[in-house]
Design a binder for this molecule. Structure first.
Ligand code: MG
Length: 411
């Protein structure tokens, strides 16, 4: 068998949102910090600094519980746009050391090791160079765990093996025993459902997972993804299905009766909800929304907003409302509108939970139901209240079906 070379370097920032606040607000450095979400009433920590983790506070701990565990904890409201800005800076710094292949999530990046960097000594050197460059050019708070391995899966797994400020190299000779210290849930691709299925099949530890036959994993995963897991655990190179799409959008030329402000807004909202349904259908999350209005006189308006990756219509509607609110008044009549979602991430690459896990799960279930109803009864059967209001404001009845009572929206 050919010797497996190192192939992948993966960076995962530690307690990203909490570190970001400590970076942005030096008075928080060295102190326990818990980040609470911005856009929800949820009172649950979405990130926790290592100083607070020492008291048992974790991502997902309710704020009141966090205060009990760690009475002097600093609860900070999340500032997503600043974290996104910082993220772009970090990507640029890493990219100046080694080309970034893929931005996997707001706090994760994957790089390929080529030619001489595949040597373990050289790979470790580049990892240290990245850490130093970040400390020097961004700040010492932005610590990361770097994993290096013969495939991206193992490199990413390496980032879970040493935190904070880790550097782990997994070579062929370390496999599979180096993985035995991990819990099954630390393995990328094993979510809560898969964990249950593995347990039902008698696989309770990573050691048992590594010992399982290919056929067995094929059965547990219910298909080729099980074969992929088998190969990844052995350090084989397994190409992922690429993120083919870069945007999802819709545009519409307004019929004469809708060439007014409220008509344009109603259609924008409707297009957004259609795009959101497609986003979920295709299995993506978006982190940027832009909207355009063309006016009869030839004028144009365009604006966009960045946010943490989401596939939740409520988040997207809030984004659209935000940019519409900051639009300057225009006298011309609108002629055409469009909505585009970009910054797409495949669902398996996103990092749950960014917000209150329970609420996120509930809302995901809600939209699965809404999408199913719209598929079965037509795309206009159920939609969000914001579009409803906008449509009520439209002077003429548009060809939208009346909104059914969507109690669940009042979360
Ligand atoms: Mg992280």
């Amino acid at each position: 068998m050919l010797m497996m070379l190192l192939d992948s370097l993966f960076i995962d920032f530690n307690a990203y949102f909490a570190s970001a606040e400590q970076h942005l607000r030096p008075e928080l450095r060295g102190l326990p910090v818990g980040i609470a979400p911005l856009y929800t009433d949820a009172t649950c920590c979405i990130a926790v600094s290592y100083e607070a983790r020492a008291f048992g506070v974790r991502t997902g701990t309710m704020v009141y519980e966090a205060k009990k565990l760690c009475p002097h904890i600093n609860i900070v409201e999340a500032r997503p746009s600043l974290y996104v800005k910082l993220h772009h800076k970090l990507v640029a710094v890493v990219d100046s050391c080694i080309p970034v292949d893929e931005v996997v999530s707001i706090d994760e990046m994957a790089c390929s090791l080529t030619s001489r960097w595949r040597d373990p000594g050289k790979a470790a050197a580049i990892a240290l160079e990245i850490k130093q460059a970040i400390a020097r050019r961004v700040g010492p708070c932005m610590r990361s765990s770097i994993g290096i391995g013969p495939n991206r899966f193992l490199a990413k797994t390496g980032t879970n093996m040493q935190k904070p400020d880790g550097l782990v190299i997994i070579q062929e000779k370390d496999l599979p025993h180096c993985l035995y210290g991990l819990d099954l849930k630390d393995i990328t691709g094993i979510g809560r459902n898969m964990l249950k299925r593995l347990q039902t099949s008698g696989i309770h530890t990573v050691k048992e997972l590594c010992a399982a036959r290919k056929k067995e994993l094929h059965g547990v995963w219910g298909g080729i993804e099980g074969d992929r897991m088998y190969a990844r655990l052995r350090g084989e190179f397994v190409p992922c299905p690429p993120t083919r799409r870069s945007s999802i959008g819709h545009s519409h030329i307004l019929p004469p009766r809708l060439r007014n402000q409220s008509g344009a807004l109603a259609v924008l909202h409707r297009l957004l909800q259609k795009a959101a349904m497609r986003l979920r259908h295709l299995g993506y999350f978006a982190s940027c929304l832009s909207a355009k209005i063309k006016y009869v006189g030839g004028g144009r308006w365009k604006d966009s907003v960045n946010f943490l990756e989401t596939q939740n219509t409520f988040d997207l509607v809030r984004g659209l409302s935000l940019i519409l609110q900051r639009r300057k008044p225009v006298v011309d009549a609108p002629l055409a509108v469009s909505v585009t979602l970009t910054g797409l991430l495949a669902a398996h690459n996103t990092t749950p939970p960014l917000f209150d896990r329970k609420k996120a799960d509930r809302q995901a279930a809600l939209f699965r139901t809404v999408d199913a109803i719209n598929r079965d009864y037509g795309g206009r059967t159920v939609y969000c209240g914001s579009a409803h209001r906008a449509m009520h404001a439209a002077p003429m009845r548009i060809a939208f079906t009346h909104i059914p009572d969507l109690k669940t929206e009042r979360d």
